[in-house]
Design a protein around this ligand. Structure first.
Ligand SMILES: *Cc1c(COP(=O)(O)O)cnc(C)c1O
Length: 463
C-alpha cells in the first residue's frame, strides 16, 4: 500500500486542516455531497461559516437568551438524546416538565384550589396558538350549547407580537387589533370593552410589548370584562401574552396584579428562552384550571404504565431546554432571578440616562416599569445629519445590533431605536456601547449623510 495514499495517510496522521484537499476547494452548497468528509474539515467549514452571522451577545435586538452558564451547556449535552414526546421512555424528563409547570403556576399565583394544567412548547408563539385555541374551543362550546352561530370568532388585542396574527390566520379568527395612539400606548379597558361582542373568544393583553417594552394593564381590563360579562351574560376570558414579562414582573413588581390572582385570567404564556434564561427552544403555557382547557384538545400518551394528558402542536421535540429550565429554577430561585432582573434593568436605565444626556435624542422608554430595555428617537425639530437607520448601520460596524424601526399603525411616522438588556450583559459592555454610539454621532457630525435617507418603511421584525 503506497504510503501517500490519501486515506492511508489520514489514518496515520492528521493533515493540516486549511491545507487539506477539502478546504482548498469550495464546499458543496446546493447539491447533496457525494463523498464523506473528515469530521475536522467539515467542522472547520461549518464553524467558520457561522462567523459571518452577527455576534449574538452584541445583538441588542433580541429578547432571547444569548448567554448561559457552563452548567447549562453541560446539561444540554447530557440531554441531547431526550425526546420530549416519549413520556414513557423518558419519564423523568416528563416529571421535570410537570414540576416546571407547577413552579410557574406558583410563581404566577395560581390559587391553591386550582387544578392547574400546562405544558412546555418550543416558544411563546406555539404557546400562544395553544392558548388561543383553548379560548376558541371554549367559546364555541358555549355557543353550540346555546344553539348560536359559531362562524365568526374574534379576538381583541393591542400591539401584539406577530404570533397573534399567525394564530388569527391559521385558526380562522378575526383579530380585532386596537391601534396604539400617542396618548394610548397600551390597551385601554374602555377600548377593549367597546370592541367586544358575543363572538369575542377572548382578550390578549401583553406584559412586555415588543415595540415599546411596556406592560399592559391586565387588572383594569379584567375588571372591565367582569362587569361586561355580568351585564351581557357572556364569559369572555383573558389570555396574557407575558412572553418576557412573566419572568420579570413577579421578581421586580410582585405587587403588580396581572396573573392568576385575577380569576378572569384563564391562561398565560411565557418564553423560557427569553427572561426564563434557558437556551433557545422553550416556551410555556399554563391554564388557570384544567376546566379552562377543553378536553377535546388533550391527547393521552403512555406514561409509566398509565396515561399522561398532552396538549401540543409538535410531536418529537428536544428535552434539554426543559431540563435546563428546571436547572435555572433550582439554581436561581426567586432571589437569584430578582438579582438577574435588577442587574438587567440597572444597565438599561444606565443606557437610558446616557442617551438622555445627549441632546439630539429624546427618550421614548427609560427602562422603568416594563422590560429591561431603553429606546429613543431623534428629538423633534433636530436634524443631526443622520437618521436612526444610519446610526444603526454605523454601530453595526462595531458588531452592535441596535435596531431602528417605526412604531406600529397610527404612529408609524415615529422611528425609534431600541436596546434590550439580557443576562450576559455587563455595565462595562453598556459603557462600551455608549462610547461607540457617541463616536458614531461624532462621525456623522463631520460626515453628515448627504441626503438624510427618507425614513425607511422597513417595518421591524421583532423577536
Ligand atoms: C417573543 C414574543 C413572542 C414570541 O415568542 P417566541 O418565544 O419567540 O416564539 C410572543 N409575544 C411576545 C410579547 C413576545 O415578546
Amino acid at each position: 500500500m503506497p504510503l501517500h495514499d490519501k486515506n492511508t495517510v489520514r489514518g496515520f496522521f492528521k493533515e493540516a486542516v486549511y491545507a487539506s484537499s477539502d478546504l482548498t476547494v469550495s464546499a458543496p452548497k446546493y447539491q447533496f455531497p457525494k463523498a464523506e468528509t473528515d469530521p475536522r474539515h467539515a467542522y472547520a467549514i461549518v464553524s467558520d461559516e457561522m462567523l459571518l452571522d452577527g455576534n449574538a451577545r452584541q445583538n441588542l435586538a433580541t429578547f432571547c437568551q444569548t448567554w448561559v452558564e457552563p452548567e447549562v451547556h453541560q446539561i444540554m449535552d447530557l440531554t441531547i438524546d431526550k425526546n420530549m414526546i416519549d413520556k414513557d421512555e423518558y419519564p423523568q424528563t416528563a416529571e421535570v416538565e410537570r414540576r416546571c409547570v407547577h413552579m410557574l403556576a406558583d410563581l404566577w399565583n395560581s390559587p391553591d384550589a386550582a387544578n392547574t394544567i400546562g405544558c412546555s412548547t418550543t416558544g411563546s408563539s406555539e404557546a400562544a396558538m395553544l392558548g388561543g385555541l383553548a379560548l376558541k374551543w371554549q367559546w364555541r362550546k358555549r355557543r353550540q350549547k346555546a344553539g348560536q352561530d359559531t362562524s365568526k370568532p374574534n379576538l381583541i388585542c393591542g400591539a401584539v407580537q406577530i404570533c397573534w396574527h399567525k394564530f388569527a390566520r391559521y385558526f380562522d379568527v378575526e383579530l380585532r387589533q386596537i391601534p396604539v395612539t400617542a396618548d394610548k400606548l397600551t390597551l385601554s379597558a374602555d377600548d377593549v370593552i367597546a370592541a367586544c361582542d358575543e363572538n369575542t373568544i377572548g382578550v390578549v393583553p401583553t406584559l412586555g410589548i415588543t415595540f415599546t417594552c411596556l406592560f399592559e394593564n391586565v387588572k383594569a381590563i379584567s375588571e372591565a370584562l367582569d362587569k361586561l360579562n355580568k351585564e351581557k351574560g357572556w364569559d369572555i376570558g383573558i389570555h396574557v401574552d407575558a412572553a418576557s414579562g412573566a419572568f420579570i414582573a413577579p421578581f421586580i413588581q410582585p405587587d403588580l396584579v396581572w396573573d392568576f390572582r385575577l380569576p378572569r385570567v384563564k391562561s398565560i404564556n411565557a418564553s423560557g428562552h427569553k427572561y426564563g434564561l434557558s437556551p433557545l427552544g422553550v416556551g410555556w403555557v399554563i391554564w388557570r384550571d384544567a376546566e379552562d382547557l377543553p378536553e377535546e384538545l388533550v391527547f393521552q400518551v403512555d406514561y409509566l404504565g398509565g396515561n399522561m394528558p398532552t396538549f401540543a402542536l409538535n410531536f418529537s421535540r428536544p428535552g434539554g431546554q426543559i431540563i435546563t429550565q428546571y436547572y435555572n429554577f433550582l439554581r436561581l430561585g426567586r432571589e437569584g432571578y430578582k438579582k438577574v432582573m435588577e442587574a438587567c434593568l440597572g444597565h438599561a436605565q444606565y443606557i437610558a440616562d446616557e442617551i438622555r444626556k445627549m441632546e439630539i435624542f429624546e427618550l421614548f422608554y427609560d427602562g422603568k416599569g416594563g422590560l429591561p430595555g431603553a429606546s429613543w428617537r431623534i428629538r423633534e425639530g433636530v436634524n443631526p445629519g443622520f437618521t436612526l437607520y444610519d446610526l444603526a448601520d454605523r454601530l453595526r460596524m462595531r458588531g452592535w445590533q441596535v435596531p431602528a424601526y417605526p412604531l406600529p399603525a397610527n404612529l408609524n411616522k415615529i422611528v425609534i431605536q431600541r436596546v434590550l438588556v439580557r443576562h450576559g450583559f455587563s455595565r462595562d459592555m453598556a459603557s462600551l456601547l455608549i462610547a461607540d454610539l457617541k463616536r458614531s454621532v461624532d462621525y456623522f457630525k463631520n460626515h453628515p449623510v448627504s441626503s438624510p435617507s427618507t425614513q425607511k418603511e422597513s417595518g421591524g421584525y421583532h423577536h
